[in-house]
Design a protein around this ligand. Structure first.
Ligand code: ADP
Ligand code: MG
Length: 697
């Protein structure tokens, strides 16, 4: 472990502002800074100079290759490495990197999911440099963050819609800021701080579990005598092996310029969390992908495996990714900060109401952004938010909204406030109580979207959040821009009161884990999509298509393709899980149970001959035999149902069949095999048990 001061090596592998300034001629540095900050295109004439400077720097950092790094719809990142070498006349090489190679790449797009958008005959795709996210060196390659589009210009990745949504949000938020007389801000940026949860288990245990290797989660495993019920894991002191891992992880991330900030043990045994300091949505998204990759790689160095699945172990908490989201203007204000003067408060309430209305109207999109086969095991399972979108405002803010709606007096602890437009209180930021059960909670100066799954790419929830809020800000600006100065306050207040009245049904400040809330949400008519299969088709609801098309995020065809990709991913995931279960049951659990029963029966025979009581053996053999027959029957049933689902043509029907038939049978098989596990001697069980895996590190 390096003993150097963090400030000395932080971002040493990043081509950041400091390096750029030192290595580029001043006018080019200025042009590139403008490109980075304002998102304007870089003058092509400068590209060669920039590329050359990047290459020299990268070679000094040990790079021999460069790669256009992108985020296709597979859920992971993609990279293809080209070396800098180029032959010379005398059969030697020089190292070369052109501006063209920096700005644009042409990978074969045919093997990446496109949901039917890219015809196989036009396999060509383009990767286009995104200068707003930093270039870095890792493992001997120069990494260039890029957007990925097809030859025909269709978006094939997760970054492109995110970048578009950031532009759209900026444009609409600026319109609203202008309404309040702001002339200084020229750009509004969405910001994100993603808290990443993960599990660590011993590599030797992992290697013995086909389910973990194939699917990232355990498909079998009886509940251990102790789980998380003692509440002795959350924030517990770090065991030496975990502490060493976390220190190594921090150092690796810091070198890559990632602001890894908070680390602690989470609720479940073997579960931990890492939170970075927030950044722009785009940089945070890239860095979160990188963080997930680094987490896994560093774990291997410590003979550990990092599990990012939403539910690696049944019966203990799963992992999510709390997506802390806000908007900030480049004149320095956080637009979701309640602020300290009444006029700022009114501006704050306007942005707040835009979020309130957007989350209510487009709850289905947010729900979809957290939908996956993995997250289905987590949402609504008394450990994570329910599968129902609602907003938690907290007592203080709720009081302000109520008073605004009713034109009444708002009483804070010490003072009374008459809610006129110009007399809004300066409400203390930290008075918002913490509510852990809400999927979308106001936490003082940002919203925390807690539904997102731990393995998800955060581009999707964030491009949807940005677009939804941009849509509402646009409506507010449309209605308020023509209003005269003297009418402004009254009209704005009327508008906000209308929004509160019409959309307060989405606010829920109570316990989101309770059954009463599910019933209450039903009464309020809020959408309840329990699973991915229920949620995803709503992507194409007219309202959603209209919003995404209006702001140029997606075309209708692109929405359908994304829907197809989500459902296809769901089907493939469940299919692999089912086949893995079948394999494990047939090759491991059933034979092991059979041979144990045979051993018991041999014992019974011997004891019988000697006239010794063999009732224990008999009872065990009978019970295990009955369960094993049941398991065998379920395996056959599962094989049949999986094949039937896989044979369906229509993607939605297929997903439905996996959900209704396959998942259900998988659950039954698991239960049956787990009941055998608890009756068998532990040394005979062919895979490590839960207690060994989650308490061993
Ligand atoms: P907790 O677990 O108590 O919610 P953490 O400190 O673990 O809090 O994480 C809070 C996250 O919220 C951090 O990543 C932090 O950078 C992020 N955050 C704080 N302010 C903002 C903001 N304005 N925009 C986006 N994210 C923010
Ligand atoms: Mg946290």
């Amino acid at each position: 472990m390096s003993k150097a001061n963090v400030t000395e090596y932080f971002a040493c592998d990043v081509f950041n502002d400091e390096v750029m300034r030192a290595r580029l001629p001043k006018p080019i540095y200025k042009a590139l800074t403008k490109t980075k900050k304002m998102g304007v295109a870089l003058d092509p004439a400068y590209a060669d100079v920039v590329a050359n400077a990047i290459k020299d720097w990268a070679i000094e950092r040990g790079a021999t290759h460069y790669t256009h790094w992108f985020q296709p719809m597979t859920g992971s990142t993609a990279e293809k490495h080209d070396s800098f070498i180029s032959p010379t006349d005398n059969n030697m090489i020089i190292l070369n990197f052109s501006g063209k190679a920096l700005v644009k790449g042409e990978p074969d797009a045919s093997s990446f999911p496109s949901g039917g958008l890219r015809q196989t005959c036009s396999a060509r795709g383009y990767t286009i440099w995104d200068p707003t996210s930093p270039i870095f060196v890792k493992e001997g390659s120069l990494y260039i963050p890029t957007a990925f589009v097809s030859y025909t210009g269709e978006t094939l990745d997760k970054k492109t819609p995110l970048l578009r949504s950031m532009d759209v949000l900026s444009e609409q938020a600026l319109r609203v800021l202008r309404l309040f007389g702001n002339t200084t801000a020229t750009k509004v940026t969405s910001t994100v701080g993603p808290e990443q949860e993960y599990f660590l288990i011993d590599k030797k245990m992992y290697d013995q579990r086909e389910d973990l290797i194939m699917t990232g989660r355990t498909l079998f495993g009886a509940t251990p005598p102790k789980g998380q019920e003692m509440d002795d894991q959350y924030f517990a002191n770090l065991k030496p092996r975990i502490a060493a891992y976390m220190a190594d992880l921090d150092e690796t991330l810091w070198k890559l310029g990632i602001y890894a900030h908070t680390k602690h043990n989470e609720v479940a045994p073997a579960q931990h969390e890492l939170a970075p300091i927030f950044n722009t949505s785009n940089v945070s998204t890239d860095q979160n992908s990188l963080t997930m990759e680094v987490m896994k790689k560093v774990a291997l160095k410590h003979d550990l495996v990092c599990l990012l699945h939403e539910k690696p172990f049944a019966g203990v908490n799963g992992s999510g990714k709390h997506n802390n989201w806000s908007m900030s203007a480049n004149d320095g204000q956080n637009l979701l900060d309640p602020g300290s003067t009444p006029s700022e408060n009114m501006q704050f309430l306007t942005f707040l109401c835009a979020v309130l209305k957007g989350v209510d109207e487009y709850a289905s999109l947010l729900r979809i952004s957290a939908s996956s086969a993995g997250n289905d095991h987590r949402l609504g399972a008394h450990e994570a938010p329910p599968a129902i979108i609602s907003i938690y405002m907290g007592e203080e803010l709720q009081g302000v909204l109520d008073a605004l709606e009713n034109n009444s007096t708002y009483k804070s602890e010490s003072q009374e406030f008459k809610i006129g437009v110009h007399a809004l209180p300066d409400f203390p930021k930290d008075s918002t109580d913490r509510n852990r059960t809400s999927p979308f909670a106001f936490t003082g100066n940002r919203f925390e979207f807690r539904m997102v799954g731990s393995s998800d790419n955060i581009a999707c929830p964030n491009h949807l959040l940005n677009t939804i809020v941009a849509g509402e800000l646009c409506e507010i600006a449309d209605q308020m821009e023509g209003v005269s100065a003297e009418d402004f306050d009254t009209r704005l207040k009327e508008l906000l009161v209308k929004i509160i009245k019409e959309h307060k049904r989405i606010i829920f400040n109570g316990n989101g884990y309770s059954q009463e809330w599910v019933e209450e949400a039903e009464r309020r008519g809020l959408p309840i999509y329990r699973t991915t299969v229920e949620a995803v088709p709503h992507y194409a609801d007219e309202k959603n298509v209209a919003l995404l098309e209006k702001f140029g995020i997606f075309t209708r065809a692109q929405i359908h393709s994304r829907m197809e990709i989500l459902l296809e991913r769901y089907c493939k995931t469940v299919n692999i899980e089912s086949l893995t279960m079948i394999d494990m049951a047939k090759k491991k659990f059933i034979p092991v149970a059979l041979s144990y029963c045979k051993e018991l029966c041999d014992g019974i025979a011997v004891k019988g001959g000697l006239g010794i009581d063999a009732s224990v053996e008999r009872s065990l053999a009978e019970k295990i035999t009955a369960l094993n027959s049941e398991a065998y029957k379920l395996v056959l049933e599962l094989e049949e149902k999986t094949a039937a689902a896989a044979a369906l043509e229509d993607m939605y029907q297929m997903a439905l069949a996996y959900r209704e038939n396959v998942v259900f049978t998988m659950e039954k098989l698991r239960k049956c095999v787990d009941s055998i596990e608890v009756m068998m001697p532990s040394e005979k069980w062919p895979v490590p048990a839960y207690s060994e895996m989650i308490f061993n590190v």
